[in-house]
Design a binder for this molecule. Sequence first.
Ligand SMILES: O=C(O)CCC(=O)C(=O)O
Ligand SMILES: [Fe+2]
Length: 333
Amino acid sequence: MGSETPPIKLPLIDFSKIYSNEESTQDEWDSIKTQVHEALTEYGFFRASMAGMSPEFASSLFSSLDQLFDLPLETKQKSISDKPFHGYIGNSPTMPLYESMAIPDAQVAGEVEAFTNFVWAHGNPEFSKSIRNICDKLYWLDRMVRKIIMESLGLQQYSDDHMNNTKHLLRVAKYKGVDRDETDSITGLTSHIDKTTLSILYQNKVEGLELQTRAGEWIRVEQSLDSFTVFSGEVFHAWSNGLLHAPYHRVMMTGNEARYSLGLFSVPKPGYITRVPDELVDEEHPLLFNPFDYDEFLKHLFTGKIGANKDALGAYCGAKEAELTTYSKSEFK
Ligand SMILES: O=C(O)CCC(=O)C(=O)O
Ligand SMILES: [Fe+2]
């Protein structure tokens, strides 16, 4: 006793009041703003609790995901795309437990239904309804967190431009449970930093998500059915001239139960040039990233022209001498 450091308590921020449109005081709003700012600058991460996440809702959502991943492999593989992360991913030799599928622009009316009718010839209204419902919440939170960050940096004048030039991808994932006789934890998703602006996740009760702190320590993230998990990705890190942290994270599986998760990933629209606001650059804070087109960056990443390392964007458009490391596929999800 005495010398042990207490376990790190990751930030949990309550959005219930603003989500349910209850009137909140200026103090309450300022407090959320401070908490979000501190969480994303220190950890690049926080959990957000929101009203309206009933256990019945969660159980219907996860049974819908169970039905989706139970479909024959040929059906799931029909969902293909030439864009990274947009099609079916499964049977990876480095991540044998992991499978995922994606719905681009899932927040746009009709997109979830189109995906549903593509995989189920006779439709599946329950699936569409659950996914649309969760997607609305994730989308709300994505916009709210970006707006709060703009305000907390005193850069609200950039908010509209940021909102109008961001697009979204919803990805649903299943991690198979681990065999009963396996005692070690098994990698569900290899350690990576999201190449996104923000990533907002929701998951069933099966734990597994781990986050690396700035000090390099891996910690297990406590999750719950009434909270979301928010990460800042490399794009937000670059846009903020390095102020917002973009952490490594991974999924490690132990029990034999399957883990389901889904995430809404926001990224800049194709053709949009992301640039660090002038206000964030001065003598003490020299420009770290030159303006970049996100889609061009991804192309470089996937053709192996730059490393998928911690500072992939730095290697692509770093304003200072950026270190180029070798491309390692396993390091990238
Ligand atoms: O499934 C999770 O909880 C994490 C997923 C993740 O990190 C990702 O898809 O980038
Ligand atoms: Fe991730």
